[in-house]
Design a binder for this molecule. Structure first.
Ligand code: ATP
Ligand code: MG
Length: 758
């Protein structure tokens, strides 16, 4: 390449070039997996800046995950400069909205220090709503209430609008719950995930001057994975593009897999109706997979009736057929995978990082994990939220939330007696009651515990001490100034003063002074002191975050962000972390993730486990008939099309779920794969066992049978106490029939049932 432009267009096919170099006006890139849609978005960001001369801050690229955003930023900074890449906005819908709401908080009467509630905070708020309304959570389960409300918000239906259309008793009750839940969030100065979108759309609707400002700022809008946008995201994209119409969307309707979360496939199907002058680019060459893998995936997706067929070809090798392997059970499945991966590593010199295992549900990962661990293979699990779901981390984060947002009672009540400091449930109830009766915030009441009726002297002292501690942190963080400073004024906060402590110091102080550290240091149930190590990890991650944040702020021309800015940004990042964010494909480890999390990624070697009826398609999808099944088929298609060179799809004859073993059958989807693209083998004991000699079943069956003769009294972790009726060996397994006192008769596989003699 000789010119800058050549470099930006290097390695693109003519249709990809066409999409990258199109400048003004709407464009839809509609294309199958692995055809370069994401590559087009990345190159287009660079091309707009270097090839056309658009200022980078006028470009907004929206990706589906933080991981995808991070990778795109990295690619763009290789093509341009780090500075330019930072100046462009590359974000997810949620992080973009969180940022906009902070900047324009005052327009919505929202304190800039608002909290973003994750699902466990939402649960707490919902339980409180049901409690306040005296509604029995047995009849109106918090989770399904939250799901209904989430769907409504994604359709931009707020509590008031919901109430207007609620006809039957059930919906009228939901309407009441929705209203109460909204009140609780408002009182706590909190937004849930769906609010981020809903409020941003409302902001743009109600404040034309804000919309005008943003349209001016984001002159080029690019959205990847458009097939998974919901109505609120669609409205937001349209609003931002409404003047200049410079909206570039890429996607594949066959990969729409988030219908259950409100994604609306019509957004992409009807793009040309919304933008009649849209340029439509189709990419037909797949660069990712072998011919066999592509043929297998194509054969599957053809069975969806509600779709337009897209031709896809590849110049890649034929490759090996997709292997469909049947095993006896999940233990054999995991063991087989480990041996297969080892073989690929040793004999074909593939790195561990080139291999991935996908499953329909997180709970299927445990057995695979155990097998990998036993074999000493490095692996990583895409469960980015798991770290923040740990109790000790949630506690520490709740403290930080309370410091940042005094109105956040949900978190305040979580930590007021964690670790225990003599403020029992009765005292907490008394303060809540007093807060309601006197119409004062709990954060206010803890400063004046003498006024609370029914609070013992001891509790009063403990509360006063707690309040003083929180105040000291807020002062250290520069947060205890006049309250109007806490209200966002265009998101500006006072300049950092010299004596301000660092974010790391704040987090460290909170963990020590709250006595969380001491509490977990003494924790007898945690002999490895893992919880303590996790708290240490939180401190290091705060430090890392602070460094990154300072760099970014400097690029934005802000040399002295305040501790408050940093704290809010850290809390936002924690709230918006998603499972796949923790995955580092350069890690040199086998990656384990759900099919949903695998979207957009690629791996040379992919194994999909548990490809069985009831799991894929999932049991639950069957309630929605054809539509449900078609979405499951798309999910299977997404999984298969992640594979570059080899694809394994495994199923078992028996699977143990919640300690109960059931016979299962291979997924109906496997029957739909074209026979010339697949190879079927059965390594289960009942099968023809082509791998017979290689395969070594675990050997403990006979020993285990002797250990539990009929009549033995046993304890099972879920079913409790019972008595063995019969024990029978079958192949490498020993099945026991056990009569449980409470749970009745169950058939269990001894090796997995974790029975204890009592
Ligand atoms: P998905 O639908 O799964 O998100 P996609 O359409 O976004 O797929 P990309 O991830 O952009 O596809 O590209 C798939 C792979 O093909 C990547 O490894 C990418 O680098 C490579 N690729 C894309 N276009 C070309 C090209 N013109 N020449 C060589 N490699 C390409
Ligand atoms: Mg992509």
């Amino acid at each position: 390449p000789t010119t800058v432009e050549d470099a930006l267009l290097d390695g693109l096919t003519p249709p990809q070039r066409e999409a990258v170099t199109h400048v003004d006006g709407p464009m839809l890139v509609l294309a199958g997996p692995g055809s370069g849609k994401t590559r087009v978005i990345t190159r287009r960001v660079a091309y707009l800046v270097r090839g056309v001369g658009i200022a980078p801050w006028n470009v907004l690229a929206i990706t589906f995950t933080n991981k995808a955003a991070g990778e795109m930023r990295e690619r763009v900074s290789e093509l341009l400069s780090e500075r330019e890449a930072r100046a462009a906005t590359i974000a997810t819908f949620h992080s973009l909205c969180a940022r906009l709401l902070r900047r324009y908080a005052d327009r919505l009467g929202l304190p800039a220090g608002y909290s973003i509630y994750d699902s466990s905070d939402q649960q707490r708020a919902m339980k409180q709503a049901l409690n306040d309304l005296e509604i029995n959570p047995k009849n109106f389960p918090p989770n399904s209430m939250l799901h209904t409300i989430s769907n409504a918000k994604n359709e931009l239906v707020d509590a008031e609008a919901f109430a207007q259309t609620a006809g039957d008793f059930y919906n009228r009750t939901v309407a009441k719950v929705y209203k109460k839940y909204t009140q609780i969030l408002t009182r706590n100065h909190a937004l849930d995930f769906d609010d981020l979108l809903l409020k941003t759309v409302q902001l743009l609707k109600q404040h034309p001057e804000v919309l005008a400002e943003l349209r001016e700022r984001y002159q080029y809008v690019l959205i990847d994975e458009y097939q998974d946008t919901n109505h609120a995201q669609f409205m937001l994209a349209n609003a931002l593009a409404s003047g200049h119409q410079n909206l570039c969307a890429t996607g594949d309707p066959d990969q729409s897999i988030y219908g259950w979360r409100g994604a609306n496939i019509r957004n992409i199907l009807e793009f040309e109706q919304h933008y009649p002058n849209a340029k439509v680019v189709r990419l037909e060459q797949n660069y990712r997979s072998t011919k066999k893998i592509l043929a297998a995936a194509d054969g599957l997706i053809r069975n969806n009736s509600a779709r337009k067929h897209k031709q896809l070809f590849t110049d890649n090798d034929d490759g090996d057929p997709v292997q469909l392997v049947t095993m006896q059970d999940e233990r054999q499945e995991a063991h087989w995978l480990v041996e297969r991966f080892r073989d690929l590593h040793v004999n074909e010199k593939l790195a561990w990082g080139e291999m991935a295992v996908f499953y329909r549900m997180n709970s299927l990962s445990r057995v695979v994990e155990d097998a990998l661990r036993d074999a000493g293979m490095p692996y990583q699990i895409a469960r980015g939220t798991a770290f923040y779901d740990r109790a000790e981390i949630k506690d520490a984060v709740a403290y930080l939330r309370v410091i940042a947002n005094p109105a956040d009672e949900v978190n305040l009540l979580r930590i007021i007696n964690t670790p225990t400091r003599g403020i029992g449930n009765q005292s907490i109830k008394a303060m809540q009651a007093h807060s309601l009766a006197s119409n004062r915030a709990v954060d206010d009441i803890i400063r004046d515990p003498m006024s609370v009726p029914g609070l013992s002297n001891r509790a009063q002292n403990a509360v006063a001490k707690f309040a003083k501690m929180v105040d000291e942190w807020r002062t250290a963080a520069g947060l205890n100034e006049a309250p109007d400073l806490l209200l966002g004024q265009q998101g500006l906060s006072p300049a950092a003063s010299d004596d301000e402590i660092s974010l790391r110091e704040l987090v460290e102080r909170v963990i020590t002074e709250s006595t969380l550290e001491e509490h977990y240091r003494k924790d007898k149930s945690d002999p490895d002191q893992e919880r303590l190590a996790n708290l240490g990890e939180l401190i290091s991650s705060a430090q890392q975050f602070e460094e990154d944040y300072l760099n970014e702020a400097a690029e934005d021309g802000n040399d002295a962000p305040t501790l408050r800015d940093k704290l809010l940004a850290l809390l936002e990042r924690i709230s918006l972390v998603s499972d796949v964010d923790s995955v580092d494909q350069g890690e040199g480890a086998v990656t384990l993730m759900t099919l949903h999390a695998a979207k957009g990624l690629e791996f040379p070697i992919v194994a999909m486990v548990g490809v069985e009826d009831g799991l894929l398609p999932h049991q639950r999808s069957q309630n929605e008939g054809e539509k449900g099944e078609e979405e499951e088929r798309r999910l299977c298609f997404v999984g298969m099309t992640r594979a570059m060179r080899r694809l394994y799809m495994t199923s078992t004859r028996y699977r143990t779920i919640f300690g109960q073993t059931m016979p299962v059958i291979p997924s109906r989807f496997l029957n739909e794969l074209p026979t010339d693209a697949i190879e079927v083998c059965d390594v289960s004991e009942d099968g023809d066992d082509p791998f017979g000699d290689d395969f070594e079943p675990h050997t403990s069956a006979r020993e285990q049978a002797g250990e539990f003769p009929p009549g033995t009294r046993v304890r099972h972790p879920q079913f409790g106490i019972g008595r063995i009726i019969t024990v029978a060996r079958s192949g490498s397994h020993t099945r026991a029939r056990v009569e449980f006192n409470a749970a009745g008769v169950k058939t269990l596989i001894l090796q997995y049932a974790r029975l204890e003699k009592v």
